[in-house]
Write a protein that binds this ligand. Structure first.
Ligand code: UDP
Length: 235
């Protein structure tokens, strides 16, 4: 597979075309942003960690029957993935109160939730990814009802799989964000699952092992990313 021209550059990744029209290459950067791009920085080695961690989770989910865009890791920072049409919807799954949920609802960070929460936002940086619901999605034709039924079922199943897997590694999965894409008329998991897109708390100490260390200037940011790769892959 040959890497061709760059077709997209996002905040944390570049995407390249290949000589196969069905496949693109994702290249993970060390650039970090938070608060809708207001805070910018670099987390050295983050791209390598996110590439490996995301591929590790996508392989795990694939083995449990979740269809994903993952094809093949090409290098420390590069992965071949299926070309999809990304649904303009960010799915957030919450197991414990944190982040924007705590702020919006006035519920202290760390508060247990009586049941899992699924929420959607419209993937649009200029608008600050506004909160939406299934009526917005239907009214604006962002996805069909059948697609959203799959998005919901996959998201809850992914939560069950990742929560149990991480728990056994001494990590509590507090919340995370997913993106899905259309590929050959089907909905598949796309984008990434990494310390950039999840909240991971050490089960024993409560220490944050994710991008909140960067967002909140907690220090030991690189160490936290490395700790996640160590727990998952023993590296
Ligand atoms: N998240 C993300 N990208 C976004 C917004 C949120 O990956 O654009 C992740 C975030 O890392 C966290 C979860 O989704 O694990 C819930 O984030 P929240 O809505 O609490 O927003 P935040 O506090 O990150 O602004």
């Amino acid at each position: 597979m040959k890497k061709l021209e760059q077709i997209y550059e996002g905040k944390a990744k570049r995407v390249y075309a290949t000589d196969d029209p069905q496949i693109v290459i994702v290249d993970y950067k060390d650039d970090a942003t938070a608060f809708n791009g207001l805070k910018k920085g670099t987390i050295t080695g983050k791209g390598v960690v996110n590439n490996k961690v995301s591929n590790h989770f996508f392989r795990l989910l694939g083995s449990k029957g979740i269809p994903t865009h993952f094809v093949e890791q090409l290098s420390e920072r590069e992965t071949a993935v299926k070309r999809v049409e990304i649904l303009p919807i960010e799915v957030i799954v919450r197991n414990r109160a944190a982040g924007s949920f705590s702020k919006r609802m006035g519920v202290a960070e760390g508060t247990e939730l009586s049941s899992v929460i699924l929420e959607y936002s419209y993937k649009n940086d200029a608008l600050g990814d506004p909160f939406i619901n299934s009526y917005y999605i239907r009214a604006l034709n962002l996805a069909t009802d059948a697609e959203m039924e799959q998005v919901k079922n996959y998201s809850l199943r992914i939560n069950d799989i990742l929560r149990e897997y991480l728990w056994n590694l001494g990590i509590e999965l507090i919340d995370f964000k997913l993106e899905f894409g259309r590929c050959d008329g089907k909905v598949i998991l796309a984008d990434e699952i990494s310390p950039d897109t999840c909240r991971f708390w050490d089960r024993a100490t409560g220490k944050k092992l994710d991008k909140d260390r960067f967002r909140q200037d907690l220090g030991e940011v690189e160490e936290a990313y490395r700790e996640i790769i160590r727990r998952l892959m023993g590296e």
